[in-house]
Write a protein that binds this ligand. Structure first.
Ligand code: HEM
Length: 216
């Protein structure tokens, strides 16, 4: 590769990074603003009869989830641009702490979903995927394997983002396909994270082959 095409390649990689991470950040902000922050107003009216008996579990879950969504996107930006000094390490500990809190509360919420086993199983599997991908990212960096740490962090964030995809998907299936909310929730409880994880794999493979995630 000559010097000019190497510079052009770096520029287009930077443009893709800005586009992908920028779009994720906008969608995350929409979700946090419209669907998550209202739960910090802990009232009967806000939670409704479905969530009110499980309100403390949901509050803990949302607090951790908002932190993981926000900090995770900054972490990906810092990590993929090789800015891995003190700030990256501090945010990394915050992200993992937020996932531990939100994921534990997520298990509790999934197991206490009344009477919809396929929906509850999908969200339980999402919790398992969250715990596994995030733990693998931590184990990789403890072994100083930076390349694997990056790849597992991308998988972990795709899973973190699963609940945003879940909400978009449920709203779309109910509004445009006329599905019942429970059918839409059951489909999205599985599809919101399994499909994005499968789509991410070829990108990770391609990135590895092309040296996109090269460690400097
Ligand atoms: C990625 C792993 C996650 C899992 C496994 C998970 C699991 C769950 C479960 C089981 C429920 C209760 C659903 C019900 O009872 O019908 C729930 C609700 C909720 N979760 Fe999560 N969650 C995850 C991530 C997140 C994230 C990152 C946020 C960001 C703030 C979040 C925000 C919410 C909110 C706002 C609700 C209640 C309202 C709603 O259904 O939209 N979750 N989650």
């Amino acid at each position: 590769m000559n010097a000019i095409s190497a510079v052009a390649g770096r520029r287009s990689l930077r443009a893709w990074r800005v586009l992908v991470l920028g779009s994720l950040a906008i969608a995350a902000m929409w979700f946090i603003g419209t669907r998550a922050l209202p739960y910090f107003n802990v009232t009967d009216a806000q939670y409704g009869p479905y969530f009110w008996p499980r309100r403390w579990g949901l509050l803990l879950h949302v607090a951790g989830g908002v932190t993981a969504l926000g900090v995770g996107i900054v972490q990906l930006w810092l990590g993929l641009t090789n800015r891995t000094a003190a700030l990256h390490r501090a945010f990394g500990k915050t992200y993992v702490g937020a996932v531990i809190v939100s994921c534990s509360a997520g298990f509790y919420l999934a197991w206490t979903i009344p009477g919809s086993p396929a929906y509850a199983a999908g969200l339980t599997a999402l919790c398992v995927a969250w715990a596994v991908t995030t733990s693998m990212a931590v184990f990789a960096i403890r072994r100083r394997n930076v390349l694997q740490h990056r790849e597992w962090m991308m998988r972990s964030y795709v899973v973190t983002f699963g609940f945003v995809v879940f909400r978009f998907g449920v709203d779309a299936l109910v509004r445009w396909k006329g599905m019942s909310p429970l059918d839409a929730q059951t489909i999205m409880a599985w599809g919101a994270w399994a499909v994005p994880l499968v789509l991410l794999e070829p990108l990770i493979q391609l990135g590895r082959d092309q040296g996109f995630f090269r460690v400097r």
